[in-house]
Design a protein around this ligand. Structure first.
Ligand SMILES: Nc1ncnc2c1ncn2[C@@H]1O[C@H](COP(=O)(O)OP(=O)(O)OP(=O)(O)O)[C@@H](O)[C@H]1O
Length: 320
């Protein structure tokens, strides 16, 4: 459904000389170097997937999204979305994708939200009955009716994001590209946006590519993550594969009837005990959870057991 094959984008970085005069001269000297913002990225995303496209600042995430959506042309390589080449057929692609940039609205700044929607309705040639259904449906799931008459510049960030998301869905596209849609939002607004995105993916089978720095977005929404760093792909897999790749230990906390008698077990990296409480850090690739449970029950009589996988935030920090 979405394909990137050896996708690369380089930008010219003009060399600047020191001082005011130097900066002026460098404008005219034309000396530059080329830097790859995205460097030979390849992946395939199937229909209905929810993919987190993540990486540190400047990794090349937005540049990739812009190439997939036809805003930027690749320096080399090929992108295809629903079989459409964004470079060659941007208009046809626009009918089939929705885009949201969290940092910048796609709506008309000084117009009431409803006027922006009306313009989009005409641009996408949407029938009146479909448009009415759209307004009703998006009021039900994003509460947009309360600010339809408000100019975009007067909306709160959360309202603006809801308006932008609704606008991106007006033509009911099967594919959504979301570039940091939860940036700067408070907890309640983030929750609402996440619920909406989950609904779009689960009930309407939309394929979603999401860039974000928010680990809760990734944990709650994405079934797959693609990690890039300095323009290059570092990992492509499930959240579990991401955790395993980093090799951070899983954690088991046990409360025993009596202080336990600890033993050395292959796969357990560290054990900390404090009276009846015991914390076990273990490597799941070396010992399975059932086997571990069997071992630790030899140390005493467990009253309560809790398991915790490594935090995705910790995992990401380790990968960069
Ligand atoms: N138009 C441009 N001209 C020159 N360099 C650019 C241009 N656009 C992006 N870059 C550079 O390309 C690199 C990748 O930028 P990009 O915006 O894709 O990163 P990102 O992963 O989206 O970062 P962030 O998380 O900070 O939004 C950065 O080094 C950036 O400075």
């Amino acid at each position: 459904m979405i394909e990137a094959h050896q996708l690369r984008k380089s930008f010219k970085i003009y060399k600047s000389k020191k001082g005011m005069l130097g900066s002026m001269l460098s404008l005219f000297s034309g000396e530059y170097e080329e830097r790859n913002a995205v460097d030979s990225i390849s992946f395939k995303i199937e229909e209905g997937e929810f993919v987190g496209y993540i990486g540190p600042n400047g990794a090349g995430k937005s540049t990739t999204i812009k190439m997939l959506s036809g805003i930027l042309h690749p320096s080399s390589g090929v992108a295809k979305v629903l079989g459409i080449n964004p470079q060659k057929n941007r208009k046809m692609l626009a009918q089939n994708i929705g885009i949201v940039f969290g940092q910048r609205t796609q709506l008309w700044w000084d117009l009431p939200v409803i006027d922006s929607f009306d313009i989009l309705k005409h641009m996408y040639k949407i029938e009146d009955r479909h448009y009415r259904r759209f307004l009703k449906h998006y009021d039900d799931i994003l509460d947009i009716s309360q600010f339809l008459q408000t100019p975009v510049r007067k909306l709160s960030l959360g309202q603006r994001m809801r308006a932008d998301l609704a606008a991106a869905m007006i033509h009911n596209p099967p594919v959504l590209f979301l570039d940091e849609p939860t940036i700067g939002l408070d907890v309640v607004a983030k929750h609402k946006i996440r619920e909406f995105l989950q609904e779009m993916n689960k009930s309407e089978n939309k394929t979603v590519v999401l860039t974000t720095h928010d680990m809760d977005d990734i944990e709650q929404l994405c079934s797959r993550v693609i990690v890039i760093n300095q323009g290059r792909m570092v990992l492509d897999g499930s959240l579990e594969e991401l955790r395993n790749h980093i090799g951070l230990p899983s954690i088991l906390t046990v409360t025993y009837e009596q202080p336990p008698e600890l033993q050395v077990v292959y796969g357990i990296e560290r054990t900390e005990s404090n009276g009846r409480e015991c914390t076990v850090l273990y490597d799941r690739s070396k010992i399975s959870s059932p086997a571990l449970l069997q071992e630790i029950s030899k140390w005493g009589t467990p009253l309560d057991i809790q398991m915790k996988e490594p935090d995705i935030e910790e995992v990401i920090q380790n990968i960069y």
